[in-house]
Each structure stands twice: as C-alpha cells, then as structure tokens.
Design a protein around this ligand. Structure first.
Ligand code: K3U
Ligand code: ZN
Length: 157
C-alpha cells in the first residue's frame, strides 16, 4: 500500500457521501485501518476519517487525549468505528474550537450537540451502542461529518 496522503480542502473526495462497509469487508480493510491510525498519530490528531486519506468508506478513528486546548479531555485508546451513526442527540448544544488535518492552520468555533448516543461496529463485527459527551462527542460529530461530505468550517459560527 502506498503511504497515505491527507486530502486538503478543495479535494472533491472530502465532499462525497462515503460508502458503508459490509461486515465481510471489515477484516480486508484491517491493514488500511492500521495505516490510518498511524497517519492520525503522526499528525497529532485526535481523530481521522477514511475519506481524509481518499478512501470514501464509512469508517473513522476517535482518539481523545488531554491537550493544551482541552486539558480535561478524557484519555482514550484510539477507537476504530465502522458504519458509525448517531441514534440520539441532545437539544443542548456547546460551542468550542475545532481544527482539521485537512484544513491546517485554521481553527473555528463550532456548535455541537452536548450529548449523543451512537452505534458502530468494531473490526470484529461486534455492534457497540454507547453515549458520549464533551470533547469525545465533539470529535465523533466532527468525524461523522467527514463521512457525509461536510467539514467543520461548514458549521463555523
Ligand atoms: O487541531 C487539532 C488536530 S485536528 C484534529 O485532531 C481533528 C479532529 C478534531 C479536533 C478538534 C475538535 C474536533 C475534532 C482530526 C480530523 F481533522 F481528522 F478530523 C487538535 C488536536 C487536539 C485538540 C484540538 C485540536
Ligand atoms: Zn476533520
């Protein structure tokens, strides 16, 4: 596999609606998902979506960690989420700063749901249903937007 390149804003791939994966494909993509996680880590990201490396499939990684901007952000293992969905979202919204590996050097204030309930599949094909709030909920919503051809600037206040 050639090394992954992060698509920058202006690349039409970032504007596509990504394609769902069939469970039969999960294991097939395992090497790609490892490369995707490495790409995120080498760029100090707290998340990354497959379309950002020009693979228009419904998969992303969430990897919250404390950082200067979010000192109280929870430390979590990088988590691969396949065919992710929001099943419930709070009325209450919170505004905070976001960045994007596809739009380097730009930060914007973005309104996101404070609490969400989500579902996704793991690489092993197990369905996970869980609740998220705060920074993790923010990252999930940011990455899900990437699967639907949206970037955070589209929602900037
Ligand atoms: O700007 C970055 C890197 S940009 C980043 O990690 C994006 C994820 C993200 C950062 C901040 C808020 C929500 C999502 C990753 C992307 F672009 F692939 F989606 C950042 C890192 C830690 C905290 C805040 C910002
Ligand atoms: Zn992004």
């Amino acid at each position: 596999m050639e090394t992954l390149t992060i698509a920058q804003l202006g690349n039409p791939i970032l504007r596509e609606h990504a394609t769902p994966l069939s469970a039969a494909q999960y294991q097939e993509f395992a090497p790609f998902f490892n490369a995707l996680q490495l790409k995120m880590l080498e760029n100090n990201g707290v998340g990354i979506a497959a379309p950002q490396v020009s693979e228009s499939i419904r998969a992303f990684i969430v990897a919250s960690r404390p950082n200067p901007r979010y000192p109280d952000a929870p430390m979590m293992e990088p988590t691969l989420m396949l065919n992710p969905e929001i099943t419930w979202a709070s009325e209450s919204m919170e505004k905070d700063w976001e960045g994007c590996l596809s739009i380097p050097g730009i930060r914007a204030l973005v309104n996101r749901h404070s609490h969400i309930e989500v579902r996704y599949d793991t690489l092993e094909g197990k369905e996970v249903k869980t609740q998220m709030e705060g920074f993790i909920a923010r990252i999930f919503q940011h990455e899900l937007d990437h699967l639907n051809g949206l970037v955070f600037l589209d929602r900037a206040e």
